[in-house]
Design a protein around this ligand. Structure first.
Ligand code: ADP
Length: 255
């Protein structure tokens, strides 16, 4: 049971009175476990056909480059490839949730320059929607971390920054050192987040309600990002002004 209110304790520290509201969260927990189970089975079933489709698509994309084909074919192969990419990312999120649940998300750590990762990763982000991404940072911020996983966190945060900013057209990224840790900030000037919702943002399947169907998603990106950062002994946090944008930050131990 989850409660919001005030408890009154006796001299021995036993709660004797409570005023406020109580909510049975057993049901929430059961629903979450059912979702986990469904996702585990569904993602497993989707993996084989999508992997095979992806392999064929890569051959097709190579052929379109080397063979003589009409513009129409080139256009549709391009479109199919982009959409398949989105599908592969969605499936990846689903598979990651199961791996995290089962403690099977292994980290493959190496030493690398955080600024290089950010610059490489952002080169192809935001282009499709022509969002400028401004990057500023300190030189030689070296970390010992899983390059691919940290890239995944950054891509999640930047894609959210773009997705939840339909009006504004810019994302700022800054990185450096703070209190003996490496730190990255991803700032957007979009819709922002209602302060009441902030405590739930990193929960799995959580999506801010009341936004309508304007923004698609599974409510998994921030949960996965937070788990990846936690497993690196770093911290992830968010600062937001409702209506004026959000800044997501994460830290990593310096090498
Ligand atoms: P998804 O985007 O798939 O719904 P996430 O786990 O990435 O899932 O995010 C959870 C929720 O947090 C989103 O549904 C959205 O309501 C909110 N959110 C995340 N990033 C931002 C952002 N940059 N600006 C405003 N809201 C955000």
């Amino acid at each position: 049971v989850k409660g919001v209110g005030k408890a009154v304790f006796d001299a021995e520290g036993t709660a004797i009175r409570f005023s406020g509201t109580l909510q049975d969260i057993t049901e929430d927990r059961t629903i979450q476990l059912r979702k986990d189970e469904f996702i585990s089975v569904a993602s497993h079933e989707l993996k084989t056909p999508i992997t095979s489709l992806n392999a064929s698509m890569q051959i097709l994309q190579k052929l379109v480059k080397t063979e003589e084909v009409s513009d129409k074919i080139r256009l549709f192969v391009g479109k199919a490839g982009n959409n398949l990419n989105k599908l592969v990312h969605l499936l990846d999120d689903l598979l990651n949730v199961t791996k995290l649940q089962q403690g099977q998300l292994a980290l493959n750590k190496t030493r690398f320059n955080l600024g290089d990762l950010i610059n490489d990763s952002c080169e192809h982000l935001g282009q499709e929607d022509s969002y400028p991404i401004y990057i500023t940072g300190e030189p030689d911020v070296m970390v010992y971390a899983d390059y691919r996983r940290i890239d995944q966190v950054l891509v999640n945060l930047v894609n959210n920054a773009i997705k939840y900013s339909p009006q504004s057209k810019k994302v700022d990224i800054s990185y450096g050192r703070d209190n003996g840790m490496a730190v990255v900030h991803v700032q957007d000037y979009g819709i922002g987040i209602n302060p009441e919702k902030l405590p739930h943002l990193f929960d799995r399947y959580y999506r801010v309600d009341g936004l309508g169907h304007q923004f698609s998603g599974l409510g998994l990106g921030l949960y996965i990002s937070a788990e990846i950062i936690k497993r690196h002994d770093g911290q992830i946090s968010v600062d937001s002004v409702w209506g004026n944008g959000s800044t997501f930050s994460f830290t990593l131990p310096l090498d």
